[in-house]
Design a protein around this ligand. Structure first.
Ligand SMILES: Cc1ncc(COP(=O)(O)O)c(C=O)c1O
Length: 456
């Protein structure tokens, strides 16, 4: 652990000593002292192929020997090939791609395009969302990571989230949790917010639909709770958007490329957006890359209008070569299928684990994306740390992250949520090893629920 003159994101620079990571392979990485960690977070849910996947190493080596930089205006083999592959793997008529450097700029471009195409200004986004940290993407973001960037870019209107465990309309539902995701198991049918469309329709009525360009949603909410949309939710949002000429943007930055056991999470519900934004797993996390993929109706618009946007590194050859290698690996090694199969293991074994620990209020997820929402009291559902807690108030979750690292397990922690999101290459043995360690971490969580915040 040591300090250096790097400004690290989302933290005060003075308050944290950092693990110095020296290398990684497969589902593990190791520190400078040679201690290894099982990566149950795929770093930040982006190393979907794990660490140092041979195909990615080779693709980057080969590409750097041929062409390692290219102006965005030129065509090149990896850029064209990746766009072609994306048209193949994305659902419906999504088929034309703008490459970006990550998720935030993919979302910003999606909103820009939606505004140009519709001639409308406003965008509807949800509260429990994260769409990136640049100014425009932070404005779309609903969670407190938006606050330091405020006053934000204007024109964003908010809607509530399908979150039956803490229903914004005050409905009290049995916890869905400690249950596997079951698309047939309806819940919250009587709640306009959890149904999606009726809530959006009402918002549009007050905003004036003719002023709203787009709705942007994480298909399955990621770090803000692993909120899996109830059956019919996305279809009902789609219907309201279509009725009012509002474009639908799915942010699949975290959920894309097999994370949920399908290529893209929206395929679980057969709903296709007008624009899909991608990043993280698109390059297996090997190099920065993002994308905005648009549908046929936007393609026609783009044929006739200038696309007034772009970045120096748009469609970078190394990034696109990594993207091509990633899709080939996902296909040839059947990793999306593996994510679905290993997701079944988690769906069978996580509920038992959760039931053994009073600190787990609800368990939600699908494929290789699960969230354990931690509470002080399962009856009152008081969160283990308050929403948007930082500093002292957030200490119990920081302690849990440390407890996991002490046991050789890397977990992603956000708010009162522990995420389970291992690489898609994981097998049963490593999965069970991780669950065993998670069990120990949840013992620590159970103890922490006995400590009131003031004493923490
Ligand atoms: C759902 C979602 N959208 C967008 C982003 C932003 O992506 P990036 O960090 O690549 O800008 C993230 C990053 O965590 C994300 O989880």
């Amino acid at each position: 652990m040591e300090r250096d003159p790097v400004i690290y994101s989302w933290s005060a620079q003075g308050d944290a000593e950092r693990l110095r990571v020296a290398g990684g392979e497969g589902c593990r990485f190791w520190d400078a002292d040679g201690r290894t960690y099982l990566d149950f977070a795929s770093q930040v849910m982006n190393l979907n192929l794990g660490h140092r996947h041979p195909r990615l190493v080779e693709a980057l080596r080969r590409q750097s020997e041929t062409l390692y930089g290219l102006a965005p205006s030129f065509a090149s083999e990896p850029r064209s090939e990746l766009a072609r592959l994306l048209a193949e793997v994305t659902p419906g008529d999504l088929g034309m791609t703008l490459f970006t450097t990550g998720g935030a700029d993919a979302n910003e471009n999606a909103v820009k395009l939606a505004r140009w195409v519709t001639g409308r200004q406003k965008v509807v986004a949800r509260y429990r969302s994260y769409h990136g940290a640049t100014a425009g993407a932070a404005a779309l973001t609903g969670d407190p990571r938006r606050w330091p960037a405020e006053p934000a870019v204007p024109g964003v209107v908010r809607m509530f989230d399908p979150y039956p465990y803490r229903c914004s309309a005050g409905h009290v539902y049995d916890r869905h949790g400690a249950h596997a995701f079951d698309p047939a198991a309806g819940h919250a049918d009587d709640c306009a917010i959890s149904a999606g469309g009726p809530h959006l329709d009402e918002i549009l009525q007050y905003e004036g639909p003719e002023s709203v360009a787009a709705v942007i949603l994480e298909t399955v909410t990621g770090a803000n709770g692993v909120l899996v949309p109830p059956p019919g939710y996305l279809a009902s949002i789609r219907e309201v958007c279509d009725r009012h000429g509002v474009l639908l943007i799915f942010d699949e930055v975290l959920t894309g490329f097999g994370r949920t056991g399908r290529w893209f999470a929206c395929e679980h519900w057969d709903v296709v957006p007008d624009i899909m934004t991608l990043a993280k797993g698109i390059s297996g996390g090997a190099v920065p890359l993002g994308a905005m993929v648009v549908s046929e109706k936007l393609r026609s618009w783009l044929e006739e209008h200038e696309f007034a946007s772009g970045l120096t590194a748009c469609g970078h050859p190394l990034a696109c070569a990594a993207g091509v290698a990633t899709i080939e690996a996902l296909r040839e090694e059947r990793l999306v299928e593996n994510a679905a199969a290993m997701g079944e293991v988690l769906a069978a074994e996580l509920p038992e684990l959760a039931d053994d620990h009073a600190s787990v209020g609800e368990l939600r997820g699908l494929g290789l994306l699960w969230g354990l929402e931690l509470v002080r009291d399962p009856e009152t559902r008081e969160p283990l740390v308050p929403y948007a807690a930082s500093g002292e108030a957030a200490r119990p979750m920081a302690a849990l992250r440390r407890a996991a690292m002490d046991r050789g397990l890397h977990l992603y922690v956000h708010g009162n949520l522990l995420l389970v999101a291992p690489p898609l290459i994981i097998g049963r043995d490593e999965l069970r090893e991780g669950l065993g360690l998670l069990d120990e971490v949840l013992d620590v969580a159970d103890e922490l629920t006995q400590v009131r915040p003031a004493q923490a």
